[in-house]
Design a protein around this ligand. Structure first.
Ligand code: GUN
Length: 305
């Protein structure tokens, strides 16, 4: 079977050009959608993610505020920052980059963000609305994936969907969104028995477990659509050769940069079995940021127009 590569970038670019048009219209009414990103500490991966959020915001003509706080920040200091952003009329969306340092109680912070500014969709009010089937601000990665499946004409109604991973930010909301669109949904995880057998039932297989190349050919049904949410940085040349073969350009990139990114799905195994697969990088990654911008626009329109 010929396997199609699903480029998240194409869907992300389409979403972003629609946003640009809407931002132009809002500016005519004197409204500039604004996103505040809060980064606590100096984790290099988080700094990179936050940097691309800020850059994309500005590219789309939106206002971006980056609040950087030291790793020693206390719960009270972070609460005060959230409170100020909650009350700032120029800010429509607040995103606190996760994970947070150990001294901070993540749940209390997520609950302190005003639900109508919660562009990550992680406030209990928004999770509740999502569970009931409404269209609140919902987590960006699963929303972006749903948008890509729609634009790529993947049939969801009646399909067997298997979601591997049960995180609050991807696995659980992904399963709910698929369920609301009438898929038969199974959520499984690292402790599920017979994982390959369960995954082989899937017409749509979404994997978000954070284990490099875990999903190999025996997990994939002929003709399945495979969505790989994993972004695992690997640093061993031997592992790259084992996964990609000795002649892959990836061996050059690891020699040059010291690392390379692989998904949760084996980079080669789905080809010839699946009908479509998202590559890593270039698959799901760009969708998350594009949908964050869309959530900021939605929050802005709901609150200010
Ligand atoms: N850390 C990794 N991904 C995300 C995300 O989508 N939102 C937040 N807030 N933190 C993250």
């Amino acid at each position: 079977m010929e396997t199609r590569k699903l480029s998240g970038k194409i869907t992300a670019d389409a979403i972003k050009s629609e946003i640009v048009e809407e931002v132009i219209q809002l500016k005519k009414q004197g409204i500039v959608p604004g996103l505040a990103t809060v980064l606590v500490g100096e984790d290099p991966a988080s700094e990179m993610y936050v940097g691309s959020k800020v850059k994309t915001c500005r590219e789309l003509g939106m206002f971006s505020e980056l609040v950087k706080m030291p790793a020693s920040t206390t719960q009270e200091q972070l609460m005060e920052t959230i409170e100020a952003l909650n009350n700032n009329n120029d800010i429509d969306g607040i995103l606190v980059q996760l994970p947070l340092p150990g001294q901070i109680e993540e749940n209390l912070i997520l609950e302190a963000i005003r639900p109508d500014k919660d562009v990550d969709g992680l406030h209990p009010v928004n999770i509740g609305k999502l569970t009931k089937g409404g269209t609140p601000l919902a987590p960006c990665t699963p929303m972006g994936i749903m948008e890509m499946l729609a634009r790529e004409n993947v049939e969801i109604k009646g399909a067997e969907a298997v979601v591997v991973g049960r995180s609050d930010i991807v696995g659980k909301p992904m399963a709910l969104l698929l369920l609301h669109q009438h898929a038969t949904v199974t959520i499984c995880h690292s402790r599920s028995r017979n994982l390959p057998e369960i995954c082989r039932r899937a017409d749509i297989l979404v994997v978000a477990v954070g284990r490099p190349a875990m999903i190999t050919r025996e997990y994939i049904k002929e003709g399945a659509v495979v969505i790989d949410v994993g972004t695992n940085r690997i640093t061993s040349l031997d592992q790259v050769v084992e996964l990609f073969g000795p002649d892959s350009p990836r061996t050059e990139s690891i020699k040059k940069r010291g690392s390379t990114v692989v998904g949760d799905v084996h980079p080669l195994d789905p080809y010839g079995i699946a009908s479509a697969v998202t590559p890593v990088p270039g698959g799901v990654g760009p969708l998350t940021i594009a949908h964050l911008m869309k959530n900021t626009l939605i929050a802005c329109k709901e609150r200010r127009t």
